[in-house]
Design a protein around this ligand. Structure first.
Ligand code: PAF
Length: 323
C-alpha cells in the first residue's frame, strides 16, 4: 500500500536525514594573507589561527588562504566574504587615509622605533580610525624595511634611480616618492609583479628582504640596493561583524591570538633580515649595502614638504621625536 511504501522510504531515508552534530558547535573563520605559508606573513596568519583555535578549545576553526592581491583582500573583508586579512599598508590608505602617515619614507629609524610607535597610543589612534570605514584594525604586524631591486643597473645614488620603471604598491605616498626621485612608478597588485618584471613592463620593484627571499624575486631581478627607504607595516584587519559577534571572553582570546601572531611575524622578519643578504648573494644577486641615506633624503625634500602639508604634521613630528 501507499502507506507502507512511504513508511519504507522514510525508514531508508532516516539515517541520512539524521544530523551529524559535532560535540560542540564550531564557528568557521577565514583569514587571508599574501605570500607563501612559509613566510613572515604566512607565519603570522597561521600563528593567529592555531592560537585562537587552541585558546577556544576548538570552538573556532580558522582557515588561512593565500591571496597576493591586497586591495582585493581588504574589499573582501569590508563586504564580509572573508573575516580577516593580514595586509601591508600599501593599499590601506585608500580605505583609511590616516594610515598614510606610516607610509612616509625614512620616518622610522629602525625596527625598534617602528614597532614602538605602532604599539604606542599613536598606533592605537590610527587603528581607532578603521571602524568609520567599515573595518576593524586589530594589531600592527610588519614586512620590514623596503629595498629597491631592478634588472638594469647598480643603484648607488639617487641619480641612478632616474628613468627606471618601478612597480610600487597602490600607494599615493610611495608613488610620490618615486616620482620625486625621477623614476616612473607603476602601481599594481603584487600578484601581477612577476609577469610584469618578466615582460619588461617594469624594470624594478621595492620590497623588504623577507618578501624578496620568500618569493624568489632574485630570479627576475639582478640588483638590490639596501635603500631601506621606507618601513612597511602590516596590519590585521577584520570585518566588524566577525569581531562584533564574539562575546567579551572570546574577544579577549582573539586579541591574545593576534598578539601571538605579531610576535611570530616580527621574529621571522628579524631572522629574514639577518640572513637575507647572504642568501640573496648566494642566489646570484648583486647586493649594494653602502647607501648614502642622506643623499636619498635630500632628493626627497620636495615630497617631504608636501607631506607636511597633506598629512598630520604634528603626529609626524611626534613619531620622528619618539625615543
Ligand atoms: O609589495 C607588496 O605588494 C607587499 O609588500 C606584499 C609583498 C604583498 C607583502 O605585503
Amino acid at each position: 500500500s501507499l502507506t507502507r511504501r512511504l513508511a519504507l522510504a522514510a525508514a531508508l531515508a532516516l539515517p541520512l536525514a539524521l544530523p551529524v552534530a559535532p560535540a560542540t558547535a564550531q564557528t568557521q573563520m577565514t583569514v587571508q594573507h599574501a605570500l607563501p605559508l612559509n613566510s613572515h606573513t604566512g607565519v603570522g596568519a597561521s600563528t593567529f589561527a592555531q592560537t585562537f583555535e587552541r585558546l577556544t578549545n576548538g570552538r573556532f576553526r580558522v582557515a588561512t588562504q593565500r591571496n597576493d592581491n591586497e586591495r582585493e583582500m581588504i574589499e573582501s573583508v569590508q563586504i564580509g566574504t572573508i573575516d580577516c586579512t593580514f595586509t601591508s599598508t600599501g593599499p590601506v590608505g585608500n580605505f583609511v587615509p590616516e594610515v598614510r602617515l606610516f607610509d612616509v619614507p625614512f620616518l622610522f629609524r629602525d625596527a625598534t622605533h617602528a614597532r614602538g610607535v605602532l604599539d604606542s597610543e599613536i598606533g592605537q589612534q590610527v587603528l581607532a580610525r578603521f571602524p568609520a570605514r567599515g573595518l576593524v584594525g586589530v594589531v600592527w604586524i610588519e614586512n620590514g624595511f623596503r629595498n629597491l631591486t631592478n634588472s638594469r643597473r647598480e643603484v648607488n645614488t639617487p641619480a641612478d634611480v632616474r628613468g627606471l620603471k618601478i612597480r610600487t604598491m597602490e600607494n599615493q605616498v610611495h608613488m610620490r616618492a618615486f616620482t620625486t626621485l625621477g623614476a616612473l612608478p607603476t602601481p599594481m597588485a603584487f600578484s601581477e609583479l612577476v609577469p610584469a618584471l618578466q615582460q619588461g613592463t617594469v624594470d624594478g620593484q621595492e620590497n623588504p628582504i623577507s618578501v624578496i627571499v620568500a618569493n624568489n624575486l632574485n630570479q627576475v631581478q639582478r640588483y638590490m640596493t639596501l635603500t631601506r627607504h621606507v618601513y612597511s607595516p602590516q596590519v590585521m584587519i577584520c570585518n566588524p561583524g566577525t569581531v562584533g559577534r564574539l562575546n567579551a571572553a572570546d574577544r579577549a582570546l582573539f586579541q591574545q591570538a593576534a598578539v601571538a601572531a605579531q610576535a611570530a611575524n616580527r621574529a621571522r622578519v628579524t631572522a629574514d633580515e639577518e640572513a637575507g643578504v647572504e642568501e640573496l648573494r648566494r642566489r646570484g644577486m648583486t647586493v649594494i649595502t653602502q647607501v648614502d641615506t642622506a643623499a636619498f633624503q635630500a632628493a626627497l625634500a620636495p615630497a617631504f614638504a608636501e607631506w607636511e602639508r597633506t598629512l598630520d604634521a604634528a603626529t609626524l613630528r611626534r613619531i620622528r621625536d619618539w625615543r
